[in-house]
Design a protein around this ligand. Structure first.
Ligand code: CTP
Ligand code: MG
Length: 372
């Protein structure tokens, strides 16, 4: 059984608004058109791409040898007719480049139905919204029963001779099956798939990316800090002053929680660490408070294009007791990080190590960020 495929790629992509044809939009590592070609290539003998006038050469270079490129028409139906004119297969799949992620499996299932003797096969999925028929004045005419409605996709499969006959009248339709239907032909519906969505607007591209597991660029980072207690020092911790507590040694205010948080944010965003950003070669930060460092870290990661999903910090030590001021600590850190979601926890270490022996205090922080 010989099968041709026509990939309709001659649209201008008006609604997407890229300023160039939609089929040439990049989705992850390839253009929409290349995705469509690679899903059909394993199951058909001939691939014909309809290109927008003036883009034939560029599209030929993109799809490579062995794929026929024809100039599209003014409408999708006209483009398909131009493709049909050179199709040699006994059967033909007509596919939208805009449905870039339709799977090879879907094409195989369409072909199976053709092998079973169907003349026209269309993938479809259930409609989730209630659909209303309206008139030109914007009034509802009727509400068809949703259970009998489906939303159609491509690739659609046809006996080539039947589709040629249907196109003879040079009629217009937004899909090919419609031309078979009006002639009284039987069109078989099979289960479509969510990933065969038609990419129409930039939002659809995000949905398509999520089907590739590439929706959001999420990154995680960890940071730790520890300081020894020091006589006569003020205690600053988690952005708060603790007047009844002995503070820690160090040039800064010794806010281990703030320092661990900054390091976690730098780690997640691959922007170095506390030392490389605020170290001794940046004298303007000498003696900066933990709050100032968190504010400055926030602006550095924001400039690099990141947003914070959440930050957690765990304070390790016998004192101060965090519990009573936890809400205050969360508010102080969140304010420094422009409203980020924060959690603050505390633990002791059963008398072990520098924190357990009461010699100092430590903190471990994690940050989850995403690239905007
Ligand atoms: N198509 C085509 N020839 C046309 C118009 C559309 O080959 N004259 C193709 C498109 O390239 C697309 C498919 O038909 O792969 C479905 O059309 P649509 O999603 O409407 O794409 P565009 O027409 O490019 O987009 P828009 O309507 O927003 O301009
Ligand atoms: Mg269109």
């Amino acid at each position: 059984m010989s099968i041709s495929a026509i990939i309709a790629a001659a649209g201008s992509g008006e609604r997407f608004g890229a300023g160039f044809p939609k089929a040439l939009i990049q989705l992850a590592d390839r253009t929409l058109l290349e995705h469509a070609v690679s899903s059909l290539a394993p199951v058909v003998e001939q691939i014909i791409v309809t290109a927008p006038a003036g883009f034939e050469k560029q599209i030929s270079e993109i799809v490579g040898e062995g794929i026929i490129v024809v100039t599209g028409g003014a409408s999708r139906s006209a483009s398909v007719r131009n493709g049909l004119a050179v199709a040699t297969g006994e059967y033909v799949l007509v596919h939208d480049a805009a449905r870039a992620l339709a799977s090879t499996d879907l094409a195989k299932r369409v072909i199976e139905e053709l092998q079973n003797g169907q003349v026209a096969v269309v993938p479809a999925i259930a409609v989730v919204d209630t659909i209303k028929v309206i008139d030109t004045d914007g009034f509802v005419v009727s509400t068809p029963d949703r259970a009998s409605l489906v939303s159609i996709q491509t690739p659609q499969g046809f006996k080539t001779s039947a589709l040629r006959d249907a196109h003879l009248s040079a009629s217009e339709a937004t899909d090919d099956a419609a031309l078979i239907e009006v002639r009284g032909g039987k069109v078989k519906i099979i289960n479509g798939e969510a990933r065969a969505l038609k990419i129409t607007t930039p939002t659809d591209l995000n949905t398509a990316l999520s089907f590739l597991g590439l929706g959001v660029d999420i990154r995680t980072g960890i940071g730790t800090d520890a300081h020894a207690f020091g006589h006569g020092r003020q205690m600053w911790l988690a952005g708060l002053h603790w007047p009844d507590e002995e503070g820690v040694e160090g040039h800064s205010d010794g806010d281990v929680a703030a320092h661990a948080i900054c390091d976690a944010l730098f780690a997640a965003t691959q922007l170095g660490d506390l030392g490389s950003n605020f170290g001794t070669d940046r004298p303007e930060y000498a003696g900066a408070s933990g709050t100032q460092l968190m504010q400055e870290t926030y602006s550095l990661i924001t400039q690099a294009g990141f947003s914070i999903s959440n930050v957690t910090v765990q304070i390790i030590g016998n004192r101060p007791k965090i519990g009573k001021r936890r809400a205050e600590a969360i508010a102080a850190i969140s304010t420094a990080l422009h409203g980020a979601k924060i959690s603050v926890s505390a633990t002791t270490t059963d008398g072990l190590g520098l924190t357990g022996e009461g010699k100092g205090i430590a903190a471990i922080a994690t940050a989850l960020v995403y690239k905007r």
